[in-house]
Design a protein. Structure first.
Length: 201
């Protein structure tokens, strides 16, 4: 993801009846050096992005099979200052997919993140609280030499420097081909997905 679009100021346009007006957002586009998916300083293609309703998190997914969580406030701060560079980094980096990540979608209540991939798998993520994250980090440190210790619910595939810790709550394998898109119901109780297998699930 090479650009951020920020609606940071408003213009008022009068129209129609006397005193009637519409507020339009001025859009500011900023190209950054620090937001993206990189491998050995090489920028990788980003296929999907979503903003959480909590106005705090942005998720991206790309050809590298990685899901990243970013701070929206850090992005907006760069936009306000028109800065291309920043010391900010991704809040979390998750590597549970074995193929390119084709779609990321936060649930409307902001509690879950659904990610789909051309590995035909949908993962449902949830951010852990600080106390639980600390416990998992301790478990990961104690079992760092055991590759089989990474069980469901323990985010042992994430980078050690993550500020936030997201864990997989559900692993859904129903499609026979790449997953292309997903949509949550307004109450976050249902998730619908479509894929290249022509299925709607």
């Amino acid at each position: 993801m090479q650009t951020i679009v920020n609606s940071y100021s408003r213009a008022v346009i009068k129209h129609g009846k006397k005193g009637s007006h519409t507020k339009l957002h001025k859009m500011k586009i900023l190209k950054t050096d620090w937001i993206g998916h990189f491998e050995q300083h090489t920028r990788k293609a980003v296929y999907t992005v979503d903003i959480c309703n909590d106005n705090e998190h942005v998720a991206t997914g790309g050809i590298d099979g990685v899901v990243k969580i970013w701070s929206l406030s850090s992005m907006l701060a760069c936009c306000e200052k028109s800065e291309k560079t920043s010391n900010s980094k991704a809040l979390a980096t998750m590597n549970r997919h074995s193929g390119a990540v084709t779609v990321v979608k936060f649930s409307p209540d902001g509690k879950y993140l659904a990610t789909g991939s051309d590995d035909r798998i949908i993962l449902i993520w949830e951010k852990e609280g600080r106390s639980q994250a600390a416990q998992y980090m301790a478990m990961s440190a104690n079992n760092s030499g055991d590759s089989n210790s990474a069980g469901m619910g323990v985010n042992a595939f994430a980078a050690d420097h993550n500020e936030e810790h997201w864990v997989v709550r559900r692993r859904l394998a129903a499609h026979d081909n790449d997953i292309q898109d997903m949509c949550w119901s307004p109450d976050s109780s249902l998730l619908v997905s479509v894929g290249l297998d022509r299925s709607i699930i």
